[in-house]
Design a binder for this molecule. Structure first.
Ligand code: PEP
Length: 256
């Protein structure tokens, strides 16, 4: 894994009320020692970002939003801007999650605008990509991933620079919330492809620095095998990030 510190990110999606969110952070803080050798991030709903930030305190746990709009402010009813996320203490924002792509019809072009805006405002985007089962079975997984990368990171390609802090998350849609995990070999093959795409479109140094997370039914009992692969630099975790009992073993995967 080289010099890349693994990032273990919990995407709470539309789950947990404010009390449950604060209690979960409290339990995570009690469960970690700080010597896990990983960066830890949680991503609550928009309405709980502020209380979660307070609860995080000086523990070093990072805070991400699950989405944002690319404009700074204005007449966009129901939307949240990067400035607002920074204001409540977010450092990261998840963009282009497959649920946003499929349920809310977000295109790579739209995600590209958001990734550019986030970066310009000083938020680190976690850009998600991943193929459906139909695309995989038709032998199109690599083509789909390449297409999503070209589209979602177009502005960075246009200027020839992708900040090394940018995080990519490979989440095969067929493995999200299904209990089906990509095998470590299947995941590694795509992660290597993504890293090569970064080399080809930017440079080898950027490619060696960017963290590429795996997401899709990651659990305490499969995390260490996945993370043992050279190009898997952490995990984006849905279901198993909702309780400390399930999330802590992933955070502590190095102990296995
Ligand atoms: C996700 O939605 O980002 C995810 C990976 O979910 P789960 O871990 O529940 O498969």
């Amino acid at each position: 894994m080289g010099a890349r510190t693994p990032l273990i990110a919990g995407n709470w999606k539309m789950n947990l009320n404010s009390e449950e969110s604060v209690n979960l952070v409290k339990a995570l803080k009690e469960g970690i020692t700080g010597n896990e050798g990983v960066d830890i991030l949680v991503s609550p709903t928009f309405v709980n970002l502020a209380v979660v930030k307070l609860s995080i305190g000086d523990s070093g746990i990072l805070l991400a939003a699950q989405n944002m709009h690319y404009e700074k402010n204005g007449a966009y009813t129901g939307e949240i801007s990067s400035q607002m996320l920074l204001d409540v203490g977010c450092t990261h924002v998840i963009l282009g999650h497959s649920e946003r792509r499929s349920i809310f019809k977000e295109t790579s072009e739209f995600i590209n605008h958001k990734a550019k805006a986030a970066t310009e405002m000083g938020l680190i985007p976690i850009v998600c990509i991943g193929e459906t089962i139909e695309e995989r079975e038709a032998g199109n997984a690599f083509a789909v991933i390449k297409d999503q990368l070209n589209g979602s990171l177009k502005n960075f390609k246009d200027v020839g620079k992708l900040p090394a802090s940018t995080v990519l998350a490979y989440e095969p849609v067929w493995a999200i919330g299904t209990g089906k995990t990509a095998s470590p070999e299947q995941a590694q093959e795509i992660h290597l492809f993504i890293r090569q795409w970064i080399t080809d479109n930017f440079n080898p140094e950027t490619a060696s620095q960017i963290r590429i997370l795996y997401g899709g039914s990651v659990k305490g009992d499969n995390a260490s095998e996945l993370m043992g692969k050279p190009d898997i630099d952490g995990a984006l975790v849905g279901g198993a990030s909702l309780t400390a009992d399930a999330f802590l073993p992933i955070i502590k995967f190095k102990e296995n």
